[in-house]
Design a protein around this ligand. Structure first.
Ligand SMILES: Cc1ncc(C[n+]2csc(CCOP(=O)(O)OP(=O)(O)O)c2C)c(N)n1
Length: 685
């Protein structure tokens, strides 16, 4: 596509507004042009509506970007971040002009897509389309949950909106349907989406692949739907936003007809405006067309800057008003005020873990999912910020908190969430809840379907979000449902996400220790991987190393007698640990000295000192790993001198014990492998 009809929309905003909007447009254009990389089209088309929101409605304080009762703004179409960086700079956030000039460069605060914690005012890392949209649903859930918990008559201390700027790609991605359905069902009236309806994606017109009546979809989800025909009509955008604010019973979406690359004579309304700089000549023509000086670059007229910077006094006043209200709240409800501060700061209450369960062998056999459920019950009674649920699997994942009530439409006091069978949205909603702060979110699922929620899990890890996943039915032993339901590669897949801590406890007591780690980890997600089937309970009287060992990721569960060097070290995780223990007992009768090492978390274990790891896995001793998952990866955790009993194919449909037997997860097979390995070692020596 080359030229297009230049569609300069007839409605021009009042002069000062226009000056400000053009400031944003051309800052974004120059940001991208200077970097010679990035996306100018969305900023040109969406600047007017973003300006309207930020100038007339958004409650924020550039001088205190994390003030708890600020409105949240998510640029779900993260590729358009030049617009966000321009907004942050002109309104007075800590983002100097030099940072705009260093867009997409090493070490800058203006990365290629917005990154949480890197840039003040960026509420979430966005870029994978659809994620920001679903994060926002989680944020709106957090808002209404905290408002219900903390507000009192005459004392409203939690009261903010969550706004999203979303693009065609965001709405095409399935996650926006999942999350939109959740939001509509929950009647999240304070969620407001501006949809940049520009009819263009990378390959060309949306006619190529996106022809449904999008807004009918959202109406069907129970959303309040509005249309604005001219994105440059700031008054129309404002009145739609105000109507959306008034609509408290439904989330709102406003389809705003925007024009990608607005004002660019040869690129407006074409895919060419989407993802590459306009080019020096086209920048010149665009600036001239909109009456903007071609030079200097990064031009910010004083009048516009002055107007934008009113955000500082406006935001300061709004925050001051909130502080006064919070003070009055604290005078009347000192305990609640202290509690609010605690949860927003992600502090744990004193003694939160004092009454966690201790299981004895008499409690066994017990599935680790059951032990987890019992632990959740106790945690819930100490941690009112714990909030979570499952993707329609709570009776299996044991993630329900007895007595905590359901989080339901217009009954937002409950803490048990019902995400429905929407794993992808669940993952992102949990992220949004964590990003909002004030809650400890968790989500339950079968381990095999963690694949359905991998993109948000990756973002949780990237953003160091304290989200907890409860993944049950963790291996071949889940049995009859067959290979579609038997995870084999998921453990490795999760372990491979940088910053994700995966814990696969061996029994009920290791499960409690794993939960202790999960709750205590304030930065970064934790995946708990749990069994469906019952397992013997490792009595703390006999295995006192558990509470100290689990936090180290791997530890000696049972060693040889003092002074005796093991012939072999069996390394196992989760349900395979008890097979290792039984094998040890049998091999002892043959005078084979076995050490059993439990490795609930390879991630944590590999972060220990060499000295500690050498103590656990004595160099020179043969190692045999037993884990019902793929073998790939083990060498990197424990070195090259290992043998592995693992599963490098898919599973099969049959009762769990039968499948485990066929795949070699039996004491007989483990013992014969040990004998074979020791013979091999003898022959070599
Ligand atoms: C999950 C995901 N898939 C693919 C991409 C690559 N991508 C970036 S923008 C885009 C689509 C652009 O269309 P639209 O969302 O309408 O944005 P606009 O063209 O208006 O800037 C795609 C496919 C992505 N960022 N995320």
């Amino acid at each position: 596509m080359t030229t297009s009809t230049v569609l300069l929309t007839p409605i021009a905003p009042p002069a000062l507004d226009e000056l400000c909007i053009n400031t944003l447009r051309f800052l974004a254009v120059d940001i991208v042009q200077k970097a010679n990389s990035g996306h100018p089209g969305l900023p040109l088309g969406s600047a007017a509506m973003a300006y309207t929101l930020w100038d007339r409605l958004l409650k924020f304080n550039p001088r205190d970007p994390l003030w708890p009762d600020r409105d949240r703004f998510l640029l779900s179409a993260g590729h358009g971040c030049a617009l966000l960086y321009a907004l942050l700079h002109v309104t007075g956030f800590d983002l100097p002009l030099e940072e705009l000039e260093r867009f997409r460069q090493w070490g800058s605060r203006t990365p290629g897509h917005p990154e949480y914690e890197k840039t003040a005012g960026v509420e979430a890392t966005t870029g994978p389309l659809g994620q920001g949209f679903a994060d926002a649903v989680g944020m709106a859930i957090a808002e209404v949950s905290l408002a219900t918990r903390f507000n009192r008559p005459g004392h409203i201390i939690v009261d903010h909106y969550t706004y999203v700027l979303a693009s065609d790609g965001d709405l095409e991605e399935g996650i926006s349907s999942e999350a939109g359905s959740v939001a509509g069902h929950l009647r999240l009236g304070k969620l407001i989406v501006l949809y940049a309806n520009n009819h263009i994606t990378i390959e060309g017109s949306t006619e190529l692949a996106f022809t449904e009546y999008r807004m009918a979809r959202f109406a069907a989800f129970g959303w309040h739907v509005q249309h604005v025909e001219q994105s440059n009509d700031v008054d129309a955008v404002e009145s739609a936003l105000r109507a959306a604010q008034q609509e408290m019973g439904r989330p709102s979406i406003i389809a705003v007809r925007t024009h990608i690359g607005f004002g660019s004579p040869h690129k407006q309304d074409t895919a060419a405006a989407h993802g590459e700089p306009l080019g020096v000549e086209e920048v010149r023509l665009t600036k001239e067309g909109l009456g903007w000086p071609v030079a200097p670059l990064f031009h910010i007229p004083d009048e516009a800057l002055e107007h934008f910077r009113e955000a500082i006094s406006r935001g300061g006043a709004a925050q001051k008003d909130w502080k006064l209200r919070f003070q009055a709240y604290g005078d009347e409800y000192p305990d609640q005020a202290a509690e609010f501060k605690r949860v927003i700061a992600s502090e744990l209450p004193k003694d939160w873990d004092a009454s966690l369960p201790v299981f004895t062998s008499a409690n066994g056999p017990m599935a680790t999912r059951i032990a987890s459920g019992k632990t959740i019950e106790v945690l819930a009674s100490h941690l009112p910020e714990l909030m979570g649920g499952s993707a329609d699997l709570a009776p299996s994942t044991h993630t329900n908190m007895e007595g905590a009530g359901n989080f339901e439409p217009e009954n937002w006091a409950g803490h048990n969430m019902h995400f429905g069978i929407r794993e992808h949205a669940m993952g992102a909603i949990l992220n949004g809840m964590a990003l909002h702060r004030g809650l400890i979110p968790y989500g339950g699922n079968f381990l095999v379907f963690s694949d359905y929620m991998r993109p948000p899990m990756r973002l949780a890890a990237m953003n160091h979000l304290p989200v907890i996943y409860v993944f049950t039915h963790d291996g071949l032993a889940m049995g009859e449902d067959g290979p579609t339901h038997q995870p084999v590669e998921q453990l490795l897949g999760l372990r491979s996400i940088p910053g994700m801590v995966v814990l696969r406890p061996a029994d009920a007591n290791e499960t409690v220790a794993a939960w202790r780690i999960a709750i205590g980890r304030k930065k970064g997600p934790v995946a708990l991987v749990l069994t469906r089937q019952g397992l013997p309970v490792l009595d703390l009287a006999r295995y006192p190393g558990i509470p100290v060992g689990v936090p180290l990721g791997g530890y000696v569960l049972v060693d040889c007698d003092a002074g005796i060097q093991p012939d072999i070290i069996l390394i196992a995780t989760g349900s395979e640990v008890h097979l290792a223990l039984e094998s040890r007992d049998r091999l002892a009768t043959e005078n084979i000295q076995v050490r059993v090492v439990s490795v609930p978390s390879t991630n944590i274990f590999s972060a220990q000192s060499d000295e500690y790891r050498d103590k656990v896995l004595t160099p020179g001793v043969r190692l045999l790993v037993i884990e019902a998952g793929v073998s790939l990866g083990w060498r990197s955790y424990v070195g090259s001198q290992i043998a592995v009993i693992a599963v490098d194919t898919f599973g099969a449909s049959a009762p769990g014990p039968v499948v485990m037997e066929h795949y070699g997860f039996t004491v007989d097979n483990i013992c014969s492998r040990v004998r074979h390995l020791l013979l091999e070692t003898q022959r070599k020596s």
